[in-house]
Design a protein around this ligand. Structure first.
Ligand code: NAD
Length: 512
């Protein structure tokens, strides 16, 4: 590659230097795309079943090297070891899911030829070619594997542009693919910052899957418009947890706290707003504060809540809390860094919050639980839907049907009842949002679909020389069209009878 500049990767655990990696400029990105493009046709030609078998070998490599992967993820994100290991398990489970469903799903789908039963029509899926995957830093292994896995199952090559804060996990993904015996150049990693990402969008790849902030997502879409490159945008969120008055607080409190604090709140589907029925709010907050007080917070491998991955994100969290306090919000617990200058922000519960505050309306992406009360279900839905984001939500209630009714009124890509974050442990559930949270889906069958395009095929055996609707036009053509219309707009045998009658009708067919 031709990149000249490099950048340092530092660990949020202690600031130590982990590596120095190249900044891919536009030329280096183009070379990476060319390498993936050269390797892709042979991979696609293997066919879906053979590819699935090769991908299962990758799952085996993930298992064998899981500790090493988790240690690396931990070193560049600072997250507790158990959370880092979760990234490996979730990624392996996704491979297993696709190995089971992809070969059949990618096969031929016959659709029937409608009123021309003598013809055959079907849909085939073919890979896009080279997929560009741009990833953020919060789950540097999962969010790369979430794109690489379905892209490879579908027969594509991939160029990954990882976050400039966490490029090492993506480089390890590339190595793991080689270790599993996948073609050496099929997965490329182009390290660098947003400019490298933009170069990738403009490099002539056949699809972009972008995971990151809403503001960068807009820029990606603008750049992709120039070449009409299709994009999937997985963006930010401000997910509400709605705790109804009939919720079992023994489950709702630890669930909501976990949902807000897992990965120090740096999860796209983490709880960012807590809406609690007014008359249980004090009880909820007291219990949540007790639980938070019992958590181990810091940089040790077995901490419950680790540090923020980037200094900039810690500053956003700090600003959201201080502005909320200036506006009259009260900190029940936390509200500051563990020590001045530390990357660890203490888990924080805020009450007396108001919807105009950034902590309620903008993504904080940190260990915060801002709490607001509501008086009835309608108000809870209104409050939940009042922000532009629409990624995930959770509803906590003993009444399953009431929870489901509310879930269907929430503007979100997914909703859990009495649960949180588990969506991600179900590989068959597609991930994605609405509104400012983006569009398109990762994971699940829908995520695989986005890695393919459809080719439709229609075959006539060619035994008849001429179709009645071909040139030159005449009464037969009009009669047939009318007869088809009669048939296709009636149910049951009456339609077929009308069709035959229509064909036998006399006249020039012009309706006069
Ligand atoms: P970010 O948008 O700053 O960066 C994401 C990636 O995009 C990085 O690799 C970055 O270098 C690259 N990038 C930045 N500007 C670009 C440009 N103009 N063109 C192309 N690429 C560009 O996000 P982040 O701070 O790394 O990650 C946190 C964000 O990601 C949060 O908003 C979070 O909600 C979101 N996220 C969403 C999901 C989801 O599934 N919806 C999952 C994880 C994270």
């Amino acid at each position: 590659m031709t990149a000249a500049a490099t950048f340092e990767v530092r660990s949020p655990l202690d600031g130590s230097r982990l590596a120095e990696v190249p900044v891919y400029d536009a030329r280096a990105v183009a070379e990476a795309v060319a390498r993936a493009r050269a390797a892709q046709p042979a991979w696609a030609a293997l066919g879906a079943r053979a590819r699935a078998r090769r991908m299962e070998a990758l799952a085996g490599v993930l298992r064998r090297r899981s500790d090493e992967i988790a240690q690396l993820v931990r070193s560049e994100t600072g997250k507790p070891f158990g959370e880092a290991l979760t990234e490996v398990a979730v990624s392996a489970d996704l491979i297993r899911f696709y190995a089971r469903v992809a070969p059949d799903h990618l096969g031929r789908r016959h659709v029937g030829a409608g009123w021309m039963p003598w013809k055959k029509a079907w849909v085939e899926r073919e890979p896009h070619g080279v997929v560009g995957a741009i990833a953020p830093w919060n789950y540097p292994f999962i969010l790369v594997m979430d794109c690489v896995s379905p892209a490879l199952f579908a027969g594509n090559g991939v160029v990954v542009k990882p976050s400039e804060f966490t490029p090492l996990s993506a480089l390890l993904v590339q190595e793991l693919c080689r270790d599993a015996g996948l073609p050496a150049e099929l997965v490329q990693v182009a390290t660098g910052d947003g400019r490298t990402g933009e170069a990738l969008v403009r490099a002539g790849v056949d699809r972009i899957v972008f995971t990151g902030s809403t503001s960068a997502g807009r820029k990606v879409m603008r750049a992709a418009a120039d070449t009409l490159t299709p994009v999937t945008l997985e963006l930010g969120g401000k997910d509400p947890a709605i705790v109804l008055e009939d919720a079992d607080l023994e489950r709702a409190v630890p669930g909501v706290v976990f949902g807000a604090l897992f990965n120090a709140g740096q999860t796209c589907l983490s709880v960012e707003r807590v809406l609690v029925a007014r008359h249980i709010q004090d009880d909820f907050v007291r219990r949540a504060a007790e639980l938070v007080a019992s958590l181990r917070v810091g940089t040790s491998p077995d901490a419950d809540v680790g540090p923020m991955v980037t200094p900039a994100q810690a500053e956003i969290v700090e600003r959201h809390v201080s502005e909320a306090m200036a506006g009259g919000a009260r900190v029940v617990t936390g509200g500051q860094r563990q020590a001045p200058g530390s990357g660890v922000y203490l888990p924080t519960i805020l009450v007396d919050v108001d919807p105009s505050m950034d902590v309620w309306s903008r993504e904080s992406f940190g260990p915060l639980l801002p709490v607001m009360p509501f008086d009835d279900d309608d108000e809870a839905v209104r409050m939940a839907n009042a922000v532009g984001y629409g990624l995930f939500a959770s509803v906590w209630t003993r009444d399953r049907d009431r929870g489901l009714r509310m879930a269907r009124r929430l503007r979100a890509g997914g909703v859990s009842i009495n649960d949180v974050l588990s969506h991600y442990a179900v590989p068959g559930l597609p991930m994605g949002g609405v509104g400012q949270s983006g569009f398109g889906r990762r994971r699940g069958i829908e995520g695989l679909e986005e890695m393919c395009r459809t080719r439709t095929l229609l075959v006539d055996r060619g035994r008849r020389r001429h179709e009645p609707w071909w040139f030159p036009y005449g009464a037969a053509q009009t009669r047939l069209t009318r007869a088809v219309l009669e048939w296709r707009t009636r149910r049951g045998p009456g339609g077929l009878i009308a069709f035959v009658r229509g064909l036998l009708r006399k006249g020039n067919g012009h309706g006069g």
